[in-house]
Design a protein around this ligand. Structure first.
Ligand SMILES: [Mg+2]
Length: 377
């Protein structure tokens, strides 16, 4: 533990992208780029913490907001003041967006401050937060609607072959106009993987409540563990209607932000499993509160994607189900982090180093940085 008080001295932001050549599509859009925003915060004593968010679109805007607006307000401040800084930034930024890119920027900064906090104190975050599991369940997530049926089944069988017991794929094929084919695909996957694998289904906002309930009625026989984003994320009454209309547990939250967004989902009775994403929803500071809200309502907590940023909160939150490993992110996320823990038999071991316990690969990041500019406030 460092004895002298640290001060934030410098913030760097790197945008690292890789084009998605295969043109993966879910029910409502095509993914063209996977981009990670890497935020490094260095103290006056040379200690560095990092946080991540991601940008399929808008990376430059996130970077600009961090370098030109957030950085000048936090340079010179104590990085341990995560609560104070979050609250200040919340009020500073709230006029330009209480959801979206503003919160992607704030999240990455907050996650970097928490990494620093762990490094200053000399503990991995899960220990700093009170201790928890060190071996975390993780599910594999892919199964794009742009896949042919055989390609879908092959990918799912491959995941099971790698030891995953929980696998997720997408429905809403043919512009969300072909329930019969969606159900046939669910049936084919179930048949291929056998009865013991837990199937998670993601509709990516594509249906209205009536269609989603009709799908759920017919999909129930395939023993679905979780049904995600069946209707537009903003249609909280619609989510509530689907939830009342099916016995399949409903999941949502990857498009929601802050504790206020979580509150609205919870009070709207919109889901059984809350999936806010700490790299977008407000960082570790906010995810601790979101997690606590889900616990108070006896709901499950399962953060969306970004497993390396979510390991520690999933470790300590008693109602957390698992991490999500998005296959489409793997290539970039494994290269950004030098010691990225890899899933084995459907579990990830939390690294034992301080903070996130992760080490950036600055050679890779520098080579692929879109901006090639080191920002200083
Ligand atoms: Mg999803």
């Amino acid at each position: 533990m460092s004895t002298h008080q640290h001060r934030i001295a410098k913030i760097d932001v790197h945008l690292v992208s890789s084009p998605v050549a295969a043109g993966f599509a879910d029910a409502t859009r095509t993914v063209e780029t996977i981009g990670f925003t890497v935020v490094r915060i260095t103290t006056d004593q040379g200690l560095e913490g990092f946080g991540l968010t991601y940008h399929e679109v808008g990376g430059e805007a996130t970077r600009s907001l961090i370098l030109h607006n957030i950085a000048p307000r936090i340079v010179g401040r104590d990085p341990l003041d995560t609560e104070v800084l979050w609250e200040e930034l919340f009020h500073y930024l709230r006029g330009v967006g209480r959801k979206g890119l503003t919160y992607c920027a704030l999240s990455a900064v907050d996650l970097a401050l928490w990494d620093l906090k762990g490094k200053i104190i000399g503990l991995p975050l899960y220990r700093l937060l009170g201790g928890g599991k060190t071996r975390l369940p993780v599910y594999a997530s892919g199964g794009w609607t742009s896949y042919g049926d055989d390609q879908l089944v092959d990918e799912m069988v491959g995941m099971v072959g790698e030891g995953y017991s929980h696998i997720k794929f997408k429905v809403g094929v043919d512009n969300a106009q072909n329930l019969t084919r969606d159900l046939a695909r669910v049936s084919k996957v179930r048949e291929a993987v056998g009865p013991d694998i837990r199937l998670l289904i993601d509709a990516n906002n594509c249906w209205d409540a009536g269609t989603a309930i009709k799908f759920a009625d017919r999909a129930k026989e395939f023993d679905i563990y979780l049904f995600e984003e069946p209707v537009l994320a903003d249609d909280i009454p619609g989510l509530a209607r689907v939830r009342r209309g099916t016995s399949i547990p409903l999941a949502t939250g990857e498009h929601e932000y802050t504790k206020y967004g979580a509150r609205d989902l919870i009070l709207g009775e919109a889901a059984d499993i809350i999936q806010l994403d700490g790299a977008r929803a407000g960082g570790m500071t906010e995810m601790l509160k979101i997690g606590a809200l889900t616990q108070a309502w006896n709901l499950k907590f399962a953060p969306h994607a970004m497993e390396h940023m979510h390991m520690h909160i999933v470790s300590v939150m008693p109602n957390a189900l698992f991490l999500e490993r998005l296959r489409i992110f793997e290539d970039v996320s494994n290269k950004i982090v030098r010691n990225a823990p890899l899933p084995k038999d459907g579990f990830i071991e939390i690294p034992t180093g301080p903070g996130h316990g992760l080490e950036l690969d600055m050679d890779f990041i520098a080579e692929f940085d879109e901006t090639k500019v080191t920002g200083r406030p």
